[in-house]
Every structure is written in C-alpha cells, then in structure tokens.
Design a protein around this ligand. Structure first.
Ligand code: PHE
Length: 424
C-alpha cells in the first residue's frame, strides 16, 4: 500500500521519509537472472564459480538487507555518498536493497564461519539511464581468510604455486608486478596489527587468485578474439591503487581488452575490525568484488544492458549453459526522440536520479537513453529550466508514434505530480 508499508517477498516494511523503491524496481526482485544457467549472467557466474575450487557458493541471499549490513558493518562513514537516498534504494531508514555484495561479508563470516566463499547476487543502485546503466545489476564477491596454521604449514604458498602453474599453461595473462610490490611496501596502507610479510603473502594470493579466474574466463574466448592470438597473445593486467572503507591496502584490477582498459574488480586486505566482528580475529583476509554485466557485455558481445532483462526468445535461444558465445543482434528498431522541459521549483529540491526513476517507472524498458541537453537560468526570475532528451527504442519490437506519444504524455504528468516541477 502506498501509505503504510511496502511488501517484499511477503514481508511488510513500514514506509518513512527514506522510502524510495519504485514499483518497477520491486518488480525486478524476483527475476533472479543469475540463477538461470542458460542466461549470460548465470553462465558467467558458473564459469567464475568454477575458477574458485573449495569456495562456498552463495547465490540466494535476500537482496533486502539492513543499512547496518550494507554500510556500518563495512565501516562506511555516516556521510559517505553511497548512503545518499539519491544513490541507494531504501525500504525505510534502516532497511534497503543491497547496493553491493560486500553487504554479506561480515554476516557470512560470523554466521557460517566460512573461510573461503563467493556471493553472487542482484544489487540495486539509482543511476543515470543509458546502454550500460541499469538500476539492478549483478555482482560477485570473493572472500578468503588465512589462518596462522595455513601460513605455518605453507598451504598458501602451495596454492599460489598451483594457480601460477595453471595460469602459465593457459598463457593468457601478462602482468606487471612492480606496481603491486611498490604498494605493498607503502607502509601507510598497512594495518598496524599486520605483519608486513604476511600481508605480502596474502597480497600475492589475491593477485594470483584473480589472475587465475581471469585467465580461466578469457582463455575460453581466445578463439573468438583474433587480436589475442596474434603477436602478443597475452592479456595485459594492471593493478591501480584503490580505496575502499573496508580494505587496506586496496587495488583495482584492470585488463586490456579490445584496446581499452576494462575495470574488472576492486579488492584488498580486509580491515581487521571486520574479522573481529565476525569472531575470526586470529585470521587475516582478502576480499574482492566484481560486476557481472560489464564483463558479460564484452564477452558475449551484448550491446545494451536492457537485453539481459528481455524475455524475447530471440535473445534467450542464443545461449547455452557453460558456453560463452557471441550474441547476434536481431534487427535494431528505429529510435524515437522526445524532449521534456520544465522549471524547477527550487534548485536544491531537484535530484536527477528522481527524474530517472520516474522515467523508468513510466517508460519501463522502452527507454534507451536520457540526457540533459539544456540548462538555463531565467535572467529576471532566476528560475532554472532543464531540458532532457529521451531516446525511446525497444530492444525487441517496433512501436507506433501514438504509443510513444501516450508514454510521453504520461511522463509529463508524472514529473509534474511527483517532482513538483512546472512544464514549459
Ligand atoms: N563492494 C565494492 C564495490 O561495489 C567492491 C569491493 C569488494 C572492493 C570487495 C573491495 C573489496 O565497489
């Protein structure tokens, strides 16, 4: 019901001034694309799971989490931008749709006492509208804890050697280690409770584990990538110094693919506070998180992120479990461009992501792209006017002008009602 509560998976959540989940978002929650073994996201999930033998696989954790799990448990400060209600979807002040799979790190360690696990899940973020952004996407988290006995017994070194041997056999990766080594020695990033030699070993383990899965995935598509077979035949990997509230030191892993550096993954040594909170303080851990859509789009050659949500058999019939194949687009339908212009009530009461959510609610997946094309301040009244250009284009059918005019008319009504703007 609009007033009192929002019901999700049969549970009711009281609404308050933070509530901002729209019906079109709530409708997506039961799709669970990553659980379909013949969907590109499910295929990719399985292939990545296979690259982490012995890790527990968790892919059915509920997307409804507490703000404590999503933020506080990860030491994300109270004023961090990711907490803003303009960036995250809230059921109310204390309950939200997870904005990343890291939300489960502490809970899984504490409750299951897993020392090695993977989480694959749908995550929710308010964002702009274009071919690579969608308010629901999928992430995978990898967490590995190392005990003092693991170190004493040489388990970690043996694992590293085994993975390195396999990476060499596949022969896809070329990585420049000098950057990484410099950063580990960079003492400010080290946590006071950690022995630098242990950190160096665990860092080697992160780096090798991530190289290993990337080699495993990209090794499969070598035959699809003539550029990789030619002269260098290697996939360059680089590590950029990163920053996350719950890891230090931290890195971002990038691979050079089809001429671009593709940001694959954020990772780092877990802050020891997380392990203390999970009752595993005698361990040291690393965590890594990566988005599945961007990678699936390059591997399967999928040009628009909305296609993942399509129910069209012409999309689904192209994919089989366990296989990365290139998507053959069905014909591209013509776009229809419409502008909407309005005066803002006041400068500060308007947030672009509120507008994006109204567009998503009204136009659903008929909208391909939304851009601000003009901004204008009236010299006398000082009021601000914005003009947005909306590109309507269906992924799977053609539509009539009348149909789009109706959608646009509905959009004009809804923006006035929901955002308090005045149309021009
Ligand atoms: N959760 C982070 C994100 O969504 C990624 C991350 C995971 C970084 C684990 C470090 C360790 O951006």
């Amino acid at each position: 019901t609009p007033e009192g509560t929002t019901t999700v998976f049969g549970q009711s959540y009281p609404r308050d001034d933070y509530t901002n989940c729209t019906p079109s978002i709530l409708d997506k929650m039961d799709r669970q694309l990553h659980l379909n073994p013949a969907h590109p996201l499910g295929i990719l999930k399985h292939l990545i799971f296979d690259q982490f033998p012995g890790y527990a696989q968790l892919d059915t954790l509920s997307p409804v989490v507490s703000t404590q799990a999503n933020f506080d448990s990860l030491l994300i400060p109270a004023d961090h931008p990711s907490r803003s209600k303009h960036d995250a979807y809230y059921l109310n002040r204390t309950t939200m749709l997870r904005s990343h799979t890291s939300a489960h790190q502490v809970e899984v360690m504490r409750q299951a006492q897993h020392k090695a696990f993977l989480v694959a899940a749908d995550v929710y973020r308010r964002d702009e509208i274009d071919a690579s952004h969608y308010p629901v996407f999928h992430q995978m988290e990898a967490v590995r804890l190392v005990s003092p006995q693991d170190i004493k017994a040489g388990t970690i070194e043996r694992e590293i050697d085994r993975m390195k041997g396999r990476i060499q056999e596949v022969g896809v990766i070329s990585t420049d280690d000098s950057l990484l080594d410099q950063q580990v020695q960079h003492s400010t990033a080290l946590q006071p409770e950690h022995d630098p030699r242990t950190v160096a070993l665990v860092t080697e383990h992160i780096k090798t584990s991530l190289n290993y899965w990337v080699a495993g995935i990209f090794g499969r598509i070598q035959h699809l990538q003539p550029a990789m077979e030619s002269k260098s035949s290697k996939l360059p990997v680089r590590w950029i110094e990163g920053s996350f509230p719950f890891t230090t030191p931290s890195w971002e892993m990038e691979v050079m693919f089809q001429g671009n550096w593709l940001e694959l993954c954020g990772c780092g040594i877990m802050k020891q506070q997380l392990l203390r909170d999970a009752g595993l303080d005698d361990h040291i851990g690393w965590a890594a998180g990566f988005g599945l859509e961007r990678l699936a789009m390059v591997l399967f050659d999928i040009p628009d992120i909305r296609l993942f949500w399509s129910q069209d058999p012409r999309f689904h019939s192209q994919f089989q479990p366990g296989q990365i194949t290139r998507f053959v687009p069905f014909s591209k339908y013509p776009p229809c461009l419409k502008d909407v212009s309005f005066w803002l009530p006041t400068e500060t009461s308007f947030h672009e992501n509120d507008f994006m959510d109204v567009v998503r609610d009204v136009a659903q997946d008929l909208v391909e792209d939304v851009k601000l094309v003009d901004r204008f301040v009236h010299p006398k009244t000082q009021r601000t006017s914005l003009c947005y250009r909306i590109v309507y284009r269906s992924m799977d059918r053609s539509f009539t002008n009348d149909e789009i005019n109706l959608v646009q008319e509905k959009l004009r009504q809804e923006v006035t009602q929901r955002l308090g703007v005045s149309l021009r």
